[in-house]
Write a protein that binds this ligand. Structure first.
Ligand code: NDP
Ligand code: HSE
Length: 438
């Protein structure tokens, strides 16, 4: 039997899950591989030799130095599941120079350094496979890159961070505490090493960078993604949204416009009638609209050991299946001829037009509402819906929730500035964009 030897960098949530799947399903994997080939885990790099591990590693060499693995001549495929962008990048560069294929779940590295790494990999005829980097177990990279390759993709929209969606879903329960819910997500293995990446939208921006590249055939342009997280969303906003027929979802949105690409990550009110509004917990969903296929949607667990490792192992199988293929016949890493990818214009968030949800606390006295609505009409913004109720935390205030008509972001920003300087409004004004995803 021919043996393909893996060197695994990282033995945490995803690394442990990957070794677990290989240990438990090797016979099924061999049947899928055919050609009398099997997978052997040659070496694992981890940090802490004394930590108790749930997965059996007998017969596997263990090192605390990831460079041992990428320099090991007995390793055919490097599986990078450590995370981070500096040591991981060094490992990629050495693995590529040593002609080893790479499988990774590291969206940060791909989004931030992928343009160089894919170019280097192509020069050295090796593959970088990264299905696990986006939306956990959902094979959305293959869906876009291969399944929809007949299409000019118009837009992609998705819930692409499991931790964030888990938190927003749990916050629908009475008295849910943001910090406690985040801690549960961390304990379940969903969150990034630094959970602010999840909460502040950076992780989703990494994933959207890659989705935009494989959907539109553009260079990876992480620095141009407009990014807002979920840390300012309150349980009250979630309740008001629900009362008005919406769910608050943290979305990644990428679309073609006549002036350039729109790439943004932010909380969004989505009407209950949209399928994606009902995607809760750690589940992710990615909608893709192509010119021939129309709108499609892909759904599944977006984080956690099993789902993510499922994507990692599928990539390992794919690489082995393609080992005898001439490199020029392999699917290009980002789905388009590398030399055709350009840095394309990305439009500024202030150019976006959409409906908005505004929520503020205003003095409960005569004339305040009239002043606010006058400011809105002076700014040429009309009101689609207005709800007022007593403020739960200050008896002198009323809570106002306003849904606006479709309006340019720059106009809403000017209105928000005016409202912020109005003495009868207390505290910050909440603004959440609305998208019907049609
Ligand atoms: P963990 O923190 O659970 O695991 C990281 C592993 O890498 C640990 O085994 C750690 O060792 C090892 N490691 C870290 N630094 C070093 C180092 N310098 N030398 C040797 N070993 C090191 O992370 P996850 O498994 O959650 O995530 C791994 C990657 O997968 C990240 O890129 C993440 O973004 C991505 N990802 C994670 C998902 C998830 O659901 N968790 C989903 C999709 C992608 P030790 O165990 O000794 O501490
Ligand atoms: N922290 C990420 C998330 C892991 O919660 O979605 C999956 O990429």
């Amino acid at each position: 039997m021919k043996k393909i030897r893996l060197g695994i960098l990282g033995f945490g949530t995803v690394g442990g899950g990957t070794v677990g799947i290989i240990n438990n399903t090797i016979k099924e994997i061999e049947r899928r591989l055919g050609r009398h080939t099997t997978i052997v885990i040659e070496q694992i790099a981890l940090r802490n030799l004394t930590k108790k591990r749930a997965v059996d590693t007998s017969g596997i060499k263990i090192t605390t130095n990831p460079l041992d693995v990428v320099n090991n001549p007995d390793v055919d495929i490097v599986v990078e599941l450590m995370g981070g962008t500096s040591l991981a990048k060094e490992c990629f560069e050495i693995a590529i120079a040593n002609k080893k294929h790479i499988v990774t779940a590291n969206k940060a590295l791909i989004a931030e350094q992928g343009n160089e790494l894919f170019a280097e990999a192509a020069k050295n005829n090796v593959v970088i496979a990264y299905e696990a980097a986006i939306a956990g177990g959902i094979p959305v990279v293959k869906a876009i890159r291969e399944g929809l390759s007949a299409n000019k993709i118009n837009w992609v929209a998705g819930i692409i961070n499991g931790t964030g969606n888990y938190i927003l879903s749990e916050m629908k329960q009475p008295n849910a505490d943001f910090g406690k819910v985040l801690k549960v997500a961390q304990d379940l293995g969903y969150a990034e090493a630094d959970p602010t990446f999840d909460v502040e939208g950076i992780d989703a921006a990494h994933k959207l960078t890659i989705l935009a590249s494989i959907a539109f055939g553009i260079k990876l342009q992480f620095s141009k993604i407009y990014t807002e997280g979920i840390s300012k969303i309150t349980a009250e906003d979630i309740t008001f949204a629900q009362q008005l027929g919406y769910q608050i979802k943290h979305l990644g949105l990428a679309s073609r416009t006549k002036d350039g690409f729109s790439l943004r990550v932010h909380p969004t009110l989505v009407p209950n009638s949209a399928l994606i509004a009902n995607v809760d917990g750690v589940m992710n969903a990615v909608m893709v609209n192509g010119d021939s296929v129309g709108t499609t949607m892909y759904y599944g667990a977006g984080a956690g050991a099993g789902p993510t490792a499922s994507a990692v192992v599928a990539d390992i199988i794919d690489i082995i299946r393609g080992l005898e293929q001439p490199p020029q016949d392999r699917v290009s890493g980002l789905g388009f001829a590398l030399n055709s990818l350009k840095v394309e214009p990305v439009i500024d968030i202030t150019e976006i037009e959409c409906h908005h949800y505004l929520r503020c606390f205003a003095k409960d006295k005569k004339g305040v509402l009239a002043t606010i609505t006058k400011m809105m009409s002076d700014s040429n913004i009309s009101i689609d819906n207005l709800h007022q109720e007593p403020c739960s935390t200050n008896k002198n205030d009323a809570t106002l929730v306003i849904l606006t008509n479709k309006v340019k972001e720059s106009s809403i920003n000017k209105l928000l500035e005016k409202l912020a300087s109005f003495k009868d409004i207390d505290g910050e004004i909440q603004r959440i964009r609305i998208d019907s995803l049609e």
